[in-house]
Design a protein around this ligand. Structure first.
Ligand SMILES: C[S@@+](CC[C@H](N)C(=O)[O-])C[C@H]1O[C@@H](n2cnc3c(N)ncnc32)[C@H](O)[C@@H]1O
Length: 252
C-alpha cells in the first residue's frame, strides 16, 4: 500500500460529497493527480505546518524511482511526516540562495512547486519570481489561498483579513499572467481556500516579466461617457465577419 493512502482515500470520499468539503478535497487531489502523472518528479513545497499537502505529495510519488519532495518551512516541521522520499529544510522560503546551496538538485529543474507559506502579496510575489527560472518546461506552480469568496461578509469563513489577503494574491496572479501570456497558462480551483495553477511554457532558466497591474474599471456609465469624450474605440464582437475569432471556426 502507498504511504498515507488512508488520507488520500478520505479525500476521494470527500470529493464526492455535496458539502463544501469537496472543494478542499479537490484542491489537494488536483495536485495529487498531476504529480501522479509524472515519472520521476522533483517537488518543492513552501509551507509544511501539519503536512496535509506533504502527505498528498508523498503518496503521489511513492514507488516512483528518483522522485523526491523537498519541503521548506520557517518553523521546525521535521516530524510532520516520515518518508525516505522527503527532505525537510527549516529556513525562510525567500532565501533561495541558501536553499540552492543546501539542495543543488533544484538547479536541474522542479516539476511541481507548491506555494503555501506566508500569505501576503509581497511574499508570494518574491517566491514565484525567485523560483520561476528553476521550473522545468511544462512544470507546474500551485498557489494556495487565492479565493476570497468563502471569507467574505457572512460567508462560511467570514474573515476580513483573509478575504483581503486572498484577493491581493489572486490579483497578483492575474497581473503576472497578464504580463506573461506567452510563458504561462493559468487555471484556478474555487470554493475552499482556492488553488491557482501556472503551467510554464518556456524553458528552464527563463524568467518572468514583471507583473502588470491594471486598475479595474467600475461605474460603467462614467467610463463610457469619458471614452466617448476622448473618442476612444471599444472592442465590439462582430458577427458579420470572422475577424473577432482568434481561431476561425470556418474553413475559409
Ligand atoms: C498554511 S501553512 C502550510 C500548510 C501545508 N502546506 C498543508 O497543506 O498542511 C503555512 C506554513 O508556512 C510557514 N511559513 C510562514 N512564513 C514562512 C516563511 N517566510 N518561510 C517559510 N515558511 C513560512 C508557517 O510556519 C506555516 O507552517
Amino acid at each position: 500500500m502507498k504511504i498515507y493512502q488512508d488520507y488520500i482515500d478520505k479525500l476521494l470520499e470527500n470529493s464526492k460529497s455535496k458539502s463544501e468539503s469537496r472543494f478542499a478535497a479537490n484542491q489537494l487531489l488536483e495536485m495529487h493527480t498531476e504529480v501522479t502523472k509524472r515519472e520521476s518528479p522533483l517537488i518543492v513545497e513552501l509551507g509544511v505546518d501539519k503536512g496535509q499537502s506533504t502527505r498528498v505529495f508523498l503518496n503521489a510519488i511513492s514507488h516512483k524511482i528518483n522522485a523526491k519532495l523537498i519541503s521548506v518551512d520557517i518553523k521546525d516541521c521535521k516530524d510532520a511526516v516520515n518518508s525516505t522520499d522527503w527532505e525537510f529544510v527549516q529556513q525562510d522560503s525567500l532565501d533561495i540562495t541558501s536553499l540552492l546551496l543546501k539542495k543543488p538538485i533544484i538547479k536541474k529543474g522542479i516539476d511541481v512547486l507548491y506555494i503555501d507559506s506566508l500569505h501576503t502579496q509581497t511574499h508570494v510575489l518574491k517566491e514565484v519570481y525567485n523560483f520561476f527560472e528553476y521550473i522545468k518546461p511544462n512544470g507546474l506552480i500551485y498557489f494556495d489561498d487565492i479565493d476570497s469568496d468563502p471569507y467574505m461578509s457572512n460567508q462560511r469563513k467570514d474573515s476580513v483579513s483573509t478575504e483581503i489577503a486572498n484577493r491581493e494574491i489572486f490579483e497578483l496572479l492575474e497581473a503576472i499572467f497578464r504580463a506573461n501570456h506567452s510563458s504561462i497558462d493559468f487555471f484556478i480551483n474555487r470554493g475552499s481556500t482556492g488553488l491557482g495553477k501556472f503551467i510554464k511554457k518556456t524553458n528552464l532558466g527563463d524568467k518572468l516579466n514583471s507583473p502588470l497591474f491594471i486598475k479595474k474599471r467600475h461605474f460603467k456609465i462614467f467610463w463610457r461617457l469619458l471614452e466617448i469624450f476622448k473618442l476612444k474605440k471599444n472592442y465590439r464582437h462582430k458577427n458579420s465577419t470572422n475577424e473577432s475569432f482568434l481561431i476561425n471556426p470556418n474553413n475559409d
